[in-house]
Design a protein around this ligand. Structure first.
Ligand code: ZN
Length: 397
């Protein structure tokens, strides 16, 4: 007769059990016995903190037949049907690469707060109102200091005030021109942090604001409330959008970020910059926390002269991790970029190639009508020639 461990291994191979029930990481080696789900080590650790979860290792703990009998009647698919019967569109399930707070809050919302059960009403999901106010700690523009600011999400915009008593907002951000992410550059500084990116019409640049909440639930509530408000607004403006389509477009994650070296236009020496690839916008900064980029390069389709080449001119051959980004505005050779190592080089080339490949070819009418000249993004920077990006601020992202 098969041992309990041998029987458990057969159950682990059943459909749905081959990935973590929470973040979908491969080959989960842990399980929550009473809920009958298989988990990766990170999600198992979070489950262990729930008083209602009994967590065991599939490899290290001893198993008895009655335990295997119990888990065999459940499994990831059955648990999903019950615990995720009613996940609001504003919630994004975690992936293996999600930050800890995203996994933690998903698991807490799912089992502890029971927000995704078929019977869970709106009273369990305050973020569904699309309005919220409270304190978030915001990183100052020019320093490493984080100060508490009063944030208000209402009337299609996010505003923040120096204090609760102030009547004039320091900054007002239109929901339509705003993206929020819990998985982006600079967020490692605080476990409950979020990056707000938006087109600053006054400065004509994309601005980054870094904020954090004191507890994980609060930052997730802000994230979900902003998504919920934006989904409603997008569907109001474009009635043919389904909830799923609006949810997909409401917020997004940056494709890749990290250090690369580039040569400023008037110099030949490589200088370190912090790069962010955000959809079609490749922005570079002096440091990851800068509110505004030194430059922003728009990446269009290859038919418009955008392409990435891992081969570099002879004069750069001795830089083994260098590659070239070609754009129409740099027709005489393109941008030489230098990655920190070969893995980073390939990751950047792949991400940039994917962006160029997925860029939509402009409609014939647009192609026949050249875009009007645009003001430079960075009028004080020696890197101003790289300012070829003009977002369409009327677009609903
Ligand atoms: Zn997991």
């Amino acid at each position: 007769m098969a041992t309990p461990m041998e029987r458990l291994n057969i159950v682990r191979q059943q459909p749905g059990n081959g990935v973590c029930a929470e973040c979908r990481d491969n080959n989960p080696e842990w399980c929550c016995l009473n809920r009958g789900v298989f988990l990766c080590i990170t999600c198992a650790g979070i489950h262990r903190r729930l008083h209602s979860s009994i967590v065991r290792s599939c490899r290290l703990d001893s198993w008895k037949h009655h335990m295997v009998d119990s888990i065999a009647t459940k499994g990831n698919l059955k648990a999903k049907a019950m615990w995720e019967a009613n996940v609001p569109a504003c919630w994004l399930p975690p992936s293996p690469n999600s930050r800890y707070v995203v996994k933690e809050q998903w698991i807490m919302a799912k089992y502890d707060r029971e927000q995704f059960l078929a019977t869970a009403g709106a009273s369990r999901k305050p973020y569904m109102s699309g309005v919220k106010q409270g304190i978030l700690y915001k990183r100052m523009k020019q320093s490493e200091v984080w100060n508490g600011r009063w944030f208000v999400l209402a009337d299609r915009q996010l505003s923040y005030f120096k204090s609760y008593h102030d009547r004039t907002a320091k900054t007002v951000i239109s929901l339509l021109h705003m993206n929020v992410t819990l998985n982006g550059p600079g967020l490692e500084s605080h476990p409950n942090s979020m990056l707000i990116a938006f087109w600053d019409e006054k400065i004509k640049k994309t601005r980054h604001i870094f904020v954090y909440a004191e507890v994980g639930k609060d930052i997730m509530d802000w994230f979900c409330t902003i998504r919920c408000a934006k989904i409603s607004l997008m569907r109001e403006m474009i009635p043919e959008l389904t909830v799923e389509e609006a949810a997909q477009r409401a917020t997004w994650e940056f494709s890749i970020w990290g250090n690369l070296c580039k040569t400023p236009p008037t110099q030949k020496k490589f200088q370190k910059r912090f790069f962010v690839l955000d959809k079609n916008s490749l922005r570079y900064y002096q440091s990851p926390y800068d509110p505004y980029p030194l430059g922003e390069i728009y990446l269009g389709p290859s038919v418009r002269g955008f392409w990435v080449d891992e081969h570099v001119p002879d004069k750069l051959q001795h830089y083994t991790n260098a590659f070239m980004l070609h754009t129409p505005s740099r027709s005489n050779g393109g941008f030489p970029l230098l990655a920190e190592d070969s893995g980073s080089k390939m990751a950047w080339i792949t991400a940039l190639q994917d962006t160029v490949r997925n860029s939509k070819r402009p409609a014939a009418k647009t192609e026949a009508t050249p875009a009007p000249p645009t003001p430079p993004f960075d009028t004080h920077s020696y890197e101003e020639e790289d300012t070829t990006f003009t977002p369409n601020v009327t677009t609903v992202y």
